[in-house]
Design a binder for this molecule. Structure first.
Ligand code: ZN
Ligand code: ZN
Length: 97
C-alpha cells in the first residue's frame, strides 16, 4: 500500500500515512476519523463542560441573590429584627405581617 498523497510505502494495516498524515483507503474503509475530528470532539466536550460549570455558577449566584433578598422583618411594635418567615415577633409577641 502506498500513500495517495506523498507516495510513501505504508504498512497494509495503516489507517493514516505516518509521513504526511493523510488517511489511507484502508483508513477510509475502517471508518477512521481524521485526527482534526478528534480535536473538534474534544473542543465540543470542553465547551459543553464549560457551559455546565457556567450554569452551575449561575444557579449558585441565583441562590445567593435569593438569600440576600430574604430580609429580616422588623417588628412594628418594638423594632426587633425577626427571621423573614416569622409570624410573631420573637421579642414581644406582636403579630407580624
Ligand atoms: Zn503520505
Ligand atoms: Zn416586637
Amino acid at each position: 500500500m502506498f500513500c495517495s498523497n506523498c507516495g510513501e510505502k505504508l504498512p497494509e494495516n495503516a489507517y493514516f500515512c505516518f509521513k504526511c498524515g493523510v488517511i489511507t483507503s484502508h483508513g477510509v474503509e475502517a471508518g477512521a476519523a481524521y485526527p482534526w475530528r478528534w480535536d473538534k470532539e474534544v473542543q465540543k466536550a470542553l465547551s459543553t463542560a464549560a457551559q455546565e460549570v457556567e450554569k452551575a455558577f449561575n444557579n449558585l449566584r441565583e441562590n445567593i441573590n435569593q438569600s440576600i433578598k430574604r430580609e429580616t422583618v422588623s417588628c412594628p411594635q418594638c423594632g426587633e429584627k425577626n427571621q423573614p418567615d416569622s409570624t410573631f415577633c420573637h421579642n414581644c409577641g406582636k403579630k407580624l405581617n
